[in-house]
Design a protein around this ligand. Structure first.
Ligand code: FAD
Ligand code: UDP
Length: 359
């Protein structure tokens, strides 16, 4: 008899399992995949390069409790993520910053005069209703088209004006030269990889792990008092209000017989290539090797659900499932799929910590 059945062995499920186990509850955590960690799973490929199976994961947070919790299970490698964008045939810093503008337009702005530039190009937006408004209000139409329109169309098969403002709000505009993708207080990569950190989180006498196990296969077979579900919420309720849309990705991995392939960890392609970005893992992990592995991401309407799609009609549909979830007894939903929200890793961990604090 378990106190909790936790469905999903990603960040949401493992955090919840650990906290509950430490409170003395007996937990069974099950995942349909053949590995732990959900989308943060990493492993050494056949060329010996540590890669992330489900695309690049860089840890960053301003939430001290999340950093403190995870730091019990890993030491960190200092890493500040840098991204370049391939625009007009050159690689320029992304998020757009002072150097991006000077490189693209062959200008010499400094951090004061750049304000004149942005003031000239930016569009006056009265009300921020979508992801295009957010960008044009900062950098104007031309830079919006160069950096955001094509990338977003590829990533979501929608234009920014069709998506909620939270999508492009994730990417700031900078009036200085700061080249980092994130500016959070705590940033880094688990020194021995995410999978090792996940193993450490799950290492507790009150936690049992079952892999290759679909929720439906065991829900009647195992005895438990409560469920924490981190899979798709619409799937849990057998899509009774209709299917929630998710965006998927195909990951193309290539290994080269040279030390490095590109100058930074990630290069974005906001143009007509079929992929949105290329990650070179050695920058993220700090691994030294004569070979290097890159990963191209090509987004897709079908396949594993990776991104909830933030647009008004989907939020409305989700709210029906959310109501159903609130009324359900002894079932709790967590995570990116369980609460249909475009959350980073730290937000997922915090959500799980908070739920388990209150259970
Ligand atoms: P998941 O990791 O998806 O775990 C859910 C688990 O539930 C899965 O393992 C699944 O197999 C299992 N499951 C689902 N249904 C069932 C079922 N019916 N039965 C059994 N098991 C089931 N965040 C950052 O902070 N920084 C980044 O750089 C970053 N990069 C990202 C890049 C990509 C390409 C993607 C897709 C996401 C990225 N994220 C990043 C977000 C991050 O992946 C998520 O916030 C986090 O992994 C979500 O954890 P989760 O537990 O909610 O979901
Ligand atoms: N985006 C873009 N161009 C870029 C980077 C981001 O248009 O070069 C938009 C795009 O819509 C993307 C969103 O901003 O989905 C959020 O970007 P982020 O890098 O946070 O995406 P994630 O890492 O979550 O895939």
């Amino acid at each position: 008899m378990f106190d909790f059945l936790v469905v999903g062995c990603g960040f949401a499920g493992i955090t919840a399992s650990r906290i509950l186990a430490e409170k003395g509850h007996k937990v069974l955590i099950a995942d349909k995949r053949n590995h732990i960690g959900g989308n943060i799973y990493d492993y050494y490929n056949e060329d010996g390069i540590l890669i992330h199976k489900y695309g690049p994961h860089i840890f960053h947070t301003n939430k001290e409790e999340v950093w403190k919790f995870l730091s019990r299970f890993t030491i960190w490698r200092e890493y500040q993520h840098k991204v370049l964008s391939y625009v007009n045939g050159i690689l320029v810093p992304m998020p757009i910053n002072l150097n991006t503008i000077n490189m693209l337009y062959n200008t010499n702005y400094d951090s004061i005069s750049i304000n004149d530039f942005f003031n000239t190009v930016k569009v006056n937006v009265e009300e921020f209703n979508n992801s295009k408004d957010v960008i044009v209000s900062q950098v104007g139409e031309e830079l919006y088209k160069l950096f955001f329109e094509g990338y977003t169309k590829k990533q979501w098969d929608m234009y920014p004006y069709e998506l909620g403002k939270e999508v492009t709000s994730r990417v700031p505009t900078r009036h200085n030269r700061d080249p980092r993708y994130f500016t959070d207080k705590y940033q880094g990569m688990p020194k021995h990889g995410y999978t090792k950190m996940v193993e450490n989180i799950l290492e507790h006498k009150n936690i049992k792990v079952m892999l290759n196990t679909e929720y439906k296969e065991i829900k009647e077979e195992v005895k438990y008092s409560k469920i924490i579900f981190t899979g798709c919420i619409d799937e849990f309720f057998e899509e009774k209000y209709g299917k929630l849309p998710y965006r998927s990705l195909n990951f193309i991995e290539e290994t080269f017989d040279k030390e490095y392939y590109q100058p930074v960890g990630v290069v974005n392609y906001p143009n007509d290539y079929d992929y949105t970005r290329i990650t070179e893992y050695k920058y993220l992990t700090g691994q030294k090797n004569d070979k290097t592995t890159i990963m191209k991401e090509i987004s897709s309407a079908t396949g594993e659900p990776y991104y909830p799609i933030p647009k008004p009609e989907n939020k409305k549909l989700y709210s029906l499932y959310k109501k159903e979830a609130e009324d359900a007894k002894d079932v709790y939903f967590l995570g990116r799929l369980g609460t249909y929200s475009y959350m980073n890793m730290d937000a997922v961990v915090l959500q799980a910590l908070e739920l388990c604090e209150n259970l």
